[in-house]
Write a protein that binds this ligand. Sequence first.
Ligand code: HEM
Ligand SMILES: *[C@@H]1O[C@H](CO)[C@@H](O)[C@H](O)[C@H]1NC(C)=O
Ligand SMILES: *[C@@H]1O[C@H](CO)[C@@H](O)[C@H](O)[C@H]1NC(C)=O
Ligand SMILES: *[C@@H]1O[C@H](CO)[C@@H](O)[C@H](O)[C@H]1NC(C)=O
Ligand SMILES: *[C@@H]1O[C@H](CO)[C@@H](O)[C@H](O)[C@H]1NC(C)=O
Ligand SMILES: *[C@@H]1O[C@H](CO)[C@@H](O)[C@H](O)[C@H]1NC(C)=O
Ligand SMILES: CC(=O)N[C@H]1CO[C@H](CO)[C@@H](O)[C@@H]1O
Length: 325
Amino acid sequence: MASSRAALLVLLLSAFATAMAQLDDKFYSQSCPSVEDVVRREMVRALSLAPSLAGPLLRMHFHDCFVRGCDGSVLLDSTGNSTAEKDAPPNQTLRGFDFIERVKAAVEAACPDTVSCADLLALMARDAVWLSKGPFWAVPLGRRDGMVSISNDTDQLPPPNGNFTVLTQFFAAKNLDTKDLVVLSAGHTIGTSHCFSFNDRLFNFTGMDNARDTDPSLDPQYMAKLRVKCPSLEDNMTLVEMDPGSFKTFDLSYYGHVAKRRGLFHSDGALLTDGFTRAYVMRHATGAYKEEFFADFAASMVKMGGVGVLTGNQGEIRKKCSVVN
Ligand code: HEM
Ligand SMILES: *[C@@H]1O[C@H](CO)[C@@H](O)[C@H](O)[C@H]1NC(C)=O
Ligand SMILES: *[C@@H]1O[C@H](CO)[C@@H](O)[C@H](O)[C@H]1NC(C)=O
Ligand SMILES: *[C@@H]1O[C@H](CO)[C@@H](O)[C@H](O)[C@H]1NC(C)=O
Ligand SMILES: *[C@@H]1O[C@H](CO)[C@@H](O)[C@H](O)[C@H]1NC(C)=O
Ligand SMILES: *[C@@H]1O[C@H](CO)[C@@H](O)[C@H](O)[C@H]1NC(C)=O
Ligand SMILES: CC(=O)N[C@H]1CO[C@H](CO)[C@@H](O)[C@@H]1O
């Protein structure tokens, strides 16, 4: 029993390693040597005008990879007979589709029919982090674009009210482990959130419908501040900084907030409920091991970027990211 399980594990690991091995950071060195420069130029221009685009672009790659693998399916529009991921509830908080289409057009002008939308998302996520003063890493490339996007598949995205068990299950389903969970959650060091993504913690938490019915795992002072910013369950407009004080900078302060029970989502706070992730949060809340965290983040992004990729002759290279060819 144990040995057949071990054999299965070896098989799974080698299948995973093969998928990874097919990606290569030099993939476009002959076919489109300028691709990273073209993307960088567009990113620098866009983020200097609108720094708040960094968060959505990092998150877009995460949403792409967790739903049908990193295949650009998050970018497809709905068609007559099929409702796309984009039009599922979590979509209402994704931003940057028009900008991604502009970058795709610039890349198509340089190298027609060569670079996938899935690879563009991986490069843009890396640049979004780096241009926010975070780590730089070589992005393995060679993903192909999928042809299918189904609204209901977004149920593979971890929910913000998830506890540690739920979160590890959603990550394990993508071959990502507990360390990836605690490392990648720090993507919340940049960006903003709508009140409705966490206001179940602020009001009517257990359905008792009274003023004290709030999430006990959230720091009470922070709770009070959030209730001023997000005064009701009906608020569907207000944005809150996820890493107050440095939401435009990719740094370690996310862990400082989580350590003080000021993580915005229940999922952030849940990192304190497991020994391993709690220790990681506490170590990095000190701010003293930035290089170590940056290396961890880069490694987990590369791992996430390899989830369920299409390579070789699979899928296609879309001409426009919002429609299949
Ligand atoms: C651990 C599970 C995760 C959950 C439950 C989660 C949930 C959420 C939610 C609910 C929002 C706010 C959306 C809104 O209301 O506007 C958000 C924003 C964000 N998430 Fe996550 N997320 C998770 C993991 C990740 C990962 C792995 C990354 C990237 C590495 C990431 C990057 C971001 C970014 C950058 C934003 C800000 C987007 C913006 O500024 O518009 N998240 N996340
Ligand atoms: C949608 O319709 C087109 C043409 O009618 C068909 O080729 C395609 O397979 C359909 N897609 C789905 C998801 O049913
Ligand atoms: C998608 O999910 C909704 C609600 O969960 C359900 O009513 C619908 O039938 C599902 N559609 C498909 C194509 O599975
Ligand atoms: C975590 O959440 C799931 C789903 O809501 C629930 O079934 C489970 O009991 C929870 N686990 C803990 C330890 O609270
Ligand atoms: C509070 O939650 C309960 C149970 O889910 C629900 O019946 C009630 O309508 C909620 N109250 C408000 C103000 O949303
Ligand atoms: C947000 O709330 C307002 C007022 O309650 C409503 O008119 C509007 O349609 C809502 N918007 C969305 C996107 O749900
Ligand atoms: C921005 C965007 O595409 N919003 C769509 C999200 O999905 C709903 C349906 O669930 C559409 O009505 C919105 O237009």
